[in-house]
Write a new protein. Sequence first.
Length: 191
Amino acid sequence: MILSTGRKHHQLPTRKGEWGMTIIEILVVLAIMGLAAAIALPTLQRSQVQARADKEMRSIRAVFDFARSEAIKRHVLVTVTPDADGDGTVDPGEREIRVVDSAGVELRRYALRSQFVMTAKADNPNSEESLDEFIYTADGSLSHGGGALYFSDRRGNFFRLSVTRFMGSPRAEKWIGGTVWSPRRGDWEWK
């Protein structure tokens, strides 16, 4: 027979009621996180490459837009040229674009970001000729039939900004293989 003394019995905590994670659970969580990172990393890198290229194309377009507006505003010829040293040729790997008025005064200079270089003539993917300079007239049109400015990034993505005589502002296109340049971003594949 058990006699009660009126005292309550206290039990020590058991392992069943404790919270925590086992080493196996931790390893499973780490494996899932690693798999998610492995899937997401290439997509993130392509997104960064695409964002850099978009930013660079917008910056170069702004140079062309500036040149066109200056030609109209000043009523003079304004030239956009990737000939940064003024020797009359575009060297492979050139990284600067100049805007010069008809008196030879430099109105603006733009340097490509470190990931990009100009490509000229045979250096572009399908061996098209790269136009060395674009001359805007006082009415905002090009003095010749138009042309394109080619550049590439370190990953081997090739771009061109093509300008028609009356369009004035360049249209961005990406080389997608063979002799095909596409302005549709849905067609663009990134390296």
